[in-house]
Design a protein around this ligand. Structure first.
Ligand code: 3PG
Length: 532
């Protein structure tokens, strides 16, 4: 296995990856694309732009790990389409970013960098120190997530009144943090200091533009340790030049490093080179976390802090994992039995399973199904998008189960191009304890009770319930040199429709189907190959 670490992360992170015995490459400039050719993992910070083009150079890539929070340097949509998991380390550098924000706030209030520069230059400008106290001032936080929350706690210790605007935070969470939740306009109007702590996206790009900046209180100060693109730099520079704003402290810029930024050189601007998260502690934390996450995903499939899949705790993952295998195999069985193009899939989760990640279970069903019909490889990340691109409608239900197996999953597929009425196939399954951990099993097919292990190669038959069918099928398989591992039967009623799932050993050729179909009572026979 090969992992490319494109940006600088902590030595501990590199060590953790090396301890696996995998090849860990830290490419020098210019050779990244070449190194990515055989890489299954890529680790970056904010410097490497993971574009569609870069992803195209990495055909076997399975995961991009971002040692840090912002993923705006990663084309997450393109990664999802390609089935590449993207994960970050939320919170890993939150305290460092919050501390840098507070450092900038105090430096802005007391003109620390400017006074330091004049003192170094041999001047003793005590009268130029037109500082203000922060005690009693109002700080407006735009975004009250992990970093915003850490800033709020620290600001309150400085006796600062904290307001926040965050549409995703409830009033009670804000109240518990001692923060008054307000609309953006009110925050702009009331705050003496405004600090940005939100992610960059279409809705937040240039949120601070000429119009919003004009609504800020006269003499207010702006701090940005989030992303440069949140602010229209020309508008901010104009407000700082005109005196509408007293100052700005910026750790991030629209272009990094900034070239021809109208903000550089302004006397009331404090600038730092995107280092808010660059403390020894934060780098140790995010480097270690991302190495562990990438390792656990590539070695064991454990998904943590994914930005393009729902995240699960280790405990939730441990519980859902056997059901992911069940879901994938039910999907694969349904896709191989149904005749015609699948147009609709209905997935029903019952029992505790409905409380686990049904999104992941749905993806696993689609993965199993699509891998039977598509050339390109479907996985948990890209299966929903691949299904949507093929026009497959997916419907998900949860139901209570009063009796029988507690946690079951049912997959019902409808074939669209079969002559009406649309042909349907339904299979229900569960996971049972087994000697080697757990065993995915079917419980019923098309409403007919039929318990069978879901593994390896299976012969599926539908027949009339008449004497001698099992014997004839066994003879045919024996004549073809195929050994039967398991034989499970079910029927709707005595003498009516019957089904069999026959587990077969070894490589079974498709040619066995011909003599099986020739057995007079056999109505339908399919060879189903299930994923491992
Ligand atoms: C982040 O998004 O985590 C911070 O902006 C830090 O970025 P960096 O990894 O480039 O220091």
């Amino acid at each position: 296995m090969k992992i490319v670490v494109a940006d600088k992360i902590s030595e501990r992170g590199i060590e953790l990856l090396r301890e696996t015995g995998w090849q860990v490459v830290q490419p020098a400039g210019g050779v990244l694309e070449r190194e990515l050719a055989g890489a299954e993992g890529l680790v970056v910070r904010s410097a490497t732009r993971v574009s569609e083009g870069l992803l195209a150079a990495a055909p076997v890539l399975r995961v991009v790990g971002r040692a840090g929070v912002g993923v705006d340097n990663i084309d997450v949509e393109a990664a999802t389409r390609r089935g590449v998991l993207v994960m970050n380390t939320p919170g890993g550098n939150a305290v460092s970013v919050a501390e840098h924000t507070l450092a900038l706030l105090l430096a802005l209030a007391r003109c620390v960098p400017q006074l330091s520069a004049t003192t170094h230059a041999g001047h003793w400008e005590k009268s130029a120190a037109a500082g203000v106290e922060v005690r009693g001032k109002t700080l407006g936080l735009v975004g009250l997530g992990r970093v915003g929350g850490e800033v709020a706690r620290r600001a309150r210790a400085l006796e600062i009144k904290v307001l926040a605007h965050d549409p995703y935070i409830s009033a009670s969470v804000a109240r518990d943090a001692g923060v008054e939740l307000v609309a953006l306009d009110e925050l702009l109007r009331r705050a003496d200091f405004i600090s940005l702590h939100l992610a960059l996206g279409a809705a937040t790009e240039r949120l601070f533009n000429a119009a919003t900046i004009a609504r800020m209180k006269k003499g207010a100060r702006l701090i940005n340790t989030a992303r440069g693109e949140l602010v229209d730099e020309a508008a901010l520079a104009a407000a700082l030049r005109s005196g509408h704003l007293a100052g700005a402290a910026l750790d991030v810029f629209a272009q990094e490093p900034p070239k021809n930024s109208p903000l550089l050189g302004l006397p009331n601007v404090i600038a730092t080179p995107h280092v808010a998260g660059s403390t020894a502690e934060a780098q140790e934390e995010v480097g270690t976390l991302i190495a562990q996450q990438v390792r656990d995903f590539l070695a064991e499939g454990i998904i943590r802090n994914a930005v393009n899949l729902p995240s699960l705790s280790a405990e939730q993952y441990r519980r859902v994992r056997p059901y992911l295998a069940l879901a994938e195999r039910l999907g694969a069985l349904a896709a191989q039995v149904i005749a015609g193009r699948i147009g609709r899939v209905r997935i029903t989760c019952a029992g505790e399973l409905a409380e686990l990640s049904t999104h992941l279970l749905r993806s696993a069903v689609l993965q199993g199904m699509l891998n039977c019909v598509l050339e390109e490889k479907a996985n948990l990340v890209n299966a929903p998008a691949l299904a949507a691109a093929r026009g497959i409608v997916v419907d998900e239900r949860a139901c209570r189960r009063e009796q029988g197996f507690p946690d079951t999953l049912e997959v019902l597929v409808s074939a669209e191009d079969a002559a009406p009425p649309a042909r349907e196939f339904a299979v229900e399954g569960t996971v049972l304890p087994a000697a080697a951990g757990t065993s995915p099993r079917t419980l019923a097919i098309d409403g007919i009770p039929l318990e069978a292990p879901l593994e390896g190669t299976i012969l599926f038959t539908r027949n009339r319930d008449v004497p001698g069918v099992i014997g004839q099928m066994g003879t045919v398989l024996g004549n073809c040199g195929v050994n039967i591992a398991t034989f499970s039967l079910g029927r709707r009623a005595h003498g009516g429709e019957a089904l069999a799932l026959v587990g077969l050993d070894g490589d079974v050729p498709e040619t066995v189907l011909q003599p099986i179909r020739a057995v007079p009572a056999v109505l339908e026979a399919k060879l189903v190959r299930l994923p491992d």
